[in-house]
Design a protein around this ligand. Structure first.
Ligand SMILES: Cc1cc2nc3c(=O)[nH]c(=O)nc-3n(C[C@H](O)[C@H](O)[C@H](O)COP(=O)(O)O)c2cc1C
Length: 232
């Protein structure tokens, strides 16, 4: 019987280097290592089945410690990334910096709209302090010979969700927002963005002080089709 070996690069079985004789998939890897499957998948399944955002007033102190934040951001950066470009970066808003960002945004709004009402001013001033910590996920996607900008931007979206999962894994709740400062040219300068960069999300993180309620989810019947071949 011909001897085969597993390619270190692709994980596929090869009869000799470079010759594919059987396709493998992630499930097949775990089939060979049942102990890896048993580890913590039930917890992950429960988390993914129940994850929800919370409104900002429900994100309270304490926020993640510096050490926890490092771990959360490390998880966030562990995403599929075509071409290994890492086409994203983080800006962390906390403490005085977060307060200064809000003050500057309130001043910007006032310079355009005239004297702001007390409520409106407060909304702008607290934009980055309503949760203990806000992380801006910034897409740095740029023209590339091989990797489309769209794929680089998708990777930034994956970073946002992984950041939420990472925060959840450390016991924090997280909410993904954008709102006007993400899209306003002058606000983006205040927040430290370069003209060619885009805000993928401002991820607000804090300790949950309430349980999330459920919200309607799409009916799979409306969004799933099983491909049968090219249309006649
Ligand atoms: C890219 C992006 C931007 C969002 N921006 C806002 C926003 O500015 N304001 C808002 O109320 N919700 C915004 N949301 C929606 C909130 O994250 C929303 O609370 C969340 O989708 C609730 O869904 P979940 O419970 O599954 O987490 C945004 C969502 C995404 C994906």
């Amino acid at each position: 019987m011909a001897k085969s070996r597993r390619s270190r690069r692709t994980g596929h079985l090869e009869s000799r280097p470079g010759r594919l004789i059987a396709l493998t998939c992630p499930q097949e890897h775990t089939r060979h290592r049942p102990e890896a499957k048993a580890a913590s998948v039930p917890d992950l399944l429960a988390h993914l089945s129940n994850r929800r955002s919370l409104p900002l007033p429900a994100l309270v102190e304490p926020g993640p410690s510096a050490e926890e934040l490092t771990q959360i951001l490390t998880i966030a950066a562990r995403v599929p990334d075509h071409g290994k470009l890492a086409p994203w970066r983080f800006i962390v808003f906390s403490g005085d910096g977060a307060k200064r960002a809000g003050d500057a945004l309130a001043d910007l709004a006032q310079s355009r709209e005239g004297e702001l009402s007390e409520i409106r001013r407060r909304v702008e001033e607290t934009r980055f302090t309503r949760a203990p910590l806000v992380v801006a996920v910034v897409s740095t996607a740029a023209e590339h010979v091989k990797i489309p900008i769209w794929e680089q931007q998708l990777s930034a979206g994956a970073v946002c969700l992984n950041l939420i999962h990472g925060a959840n894994a450390k016991g924090y709740a997280a909410t993904w927002l954008t709102e006007w400062p993400a899209y306003d040219a002058e606000a983006r300068v205040i927040l430290g963005l370069k003209p060619e960069e885009t805000v993928a999300g401002f991820i607000h993180i804090g300790t949950p002080n309430e349980a999330p309620s459920e919200r309607p989810r799409p009916d799979l019947a409306d969004i799933v089709t099983h491909y049968q071949g090219p249309a006649a």
